[in-house]
Design a protein around this ligand. Structure first.
Ligand code: TMP
Length: 213
């Protein structure tokens, strides 16, 4: 019997936009609809990719050359695709990922000035003709996101320490990407309570894939 390939949904946004919570809730929502769901994240996923994440993020802000960052992230992404994402989609499971290639486009491509063409060159090498079926961009004002991040405490990633201008650039970069990839990217208002964001996401996903909320 032929298996229907699963769908690949990614969540994107700046720091403190609530992606992790919403990724978890979306995975639960899809499971309630009867799908097998793999909840994952980038940079990371399988142990090999998590090791690269640790190597990359454990260093200080200017340790890596920006293009080297793209090389490391691309290597981790290839591990993630070949070991987790593609096998899951092939057996009919749905995959929900907290970040994917649009993060590299926004952070390294635009934020660090590597350029979108260079990001796409690396991406096309590791994943020719493959893009998410749907990308949910959790958009919110920079101040609000940074405030949430401070309140959350815990991990102190180096991008979280960058100044407000960097985060404004990121937000604008994501909104530009949402226009460029309008057929797969939906902008969600992240500046609401988690239940309201969850509802907006549920409606967007249901509409896109034809399921009841
Ligand atoms: P996280 O906080 O969502 O786990 O992500 C860790 C950091 O990695 C976050 O600051 C965003 C950054 N990042 C990039 O710079 N480029 C990428 O391609 C990805 C996936 C994440």
């Amino acid at each position: 019997m032929e298996v229907t390939r699963g769908k690949f949904i990614t969540l994107e946004g700046g720091e403190g936009a609530g992606k992790s919570t919403q990724t978890k809730r979306l995975a639960e929502f899809l499971r309630r609809h009867g799908y097998e769901v793999i909840q994952t994240r980038e940079v990371g996923g399988p142990p090999s990719a998590e090791e690269i994440r640790e190597l990359w993020l454990s260093k200080g802000e200017d340790y890596w050359d920006p293009l080297t960052e793209v090389v490391l992230i691309s290597a981790a992404r290839r591990e993630h695709l070949t070991k987790t994402i593609w096998p899951a989609l092939d057996r009919g499971a749905w995959v929900v990922s907290d970040r994917f290639v649009d993060s590299t486009r926004a952070y390294q491509g635009i934020g660090l000035g590597v350029g979108l063409e260079m990001i796409d060159k690396f991406y096309n090498l590791i994943a020719p003709k493959f893009e998410p079926d749907l990308t949910l961009l959790l958009d919110m004002p920079v101040e609000g996101g940074l405030e949430r991040m401070v309140n959350r405490g815990g991990q102190d990633d180096r991008y979280e320490q960058k100044d407000v201008n960097f985060h404004e650039t990121l937000r604008a970069a994501y909104l530009t990407l949402a226009k460029k990839y309008a057929s797969r990217m939906i902008v969600i208002n992240g500046n609401q309570n988690p239940e309201a964001v969850q509802k907006e996401i549920g409606q967007a996903v249901s509409k896109r894939f034809g399921m009841t909320v």
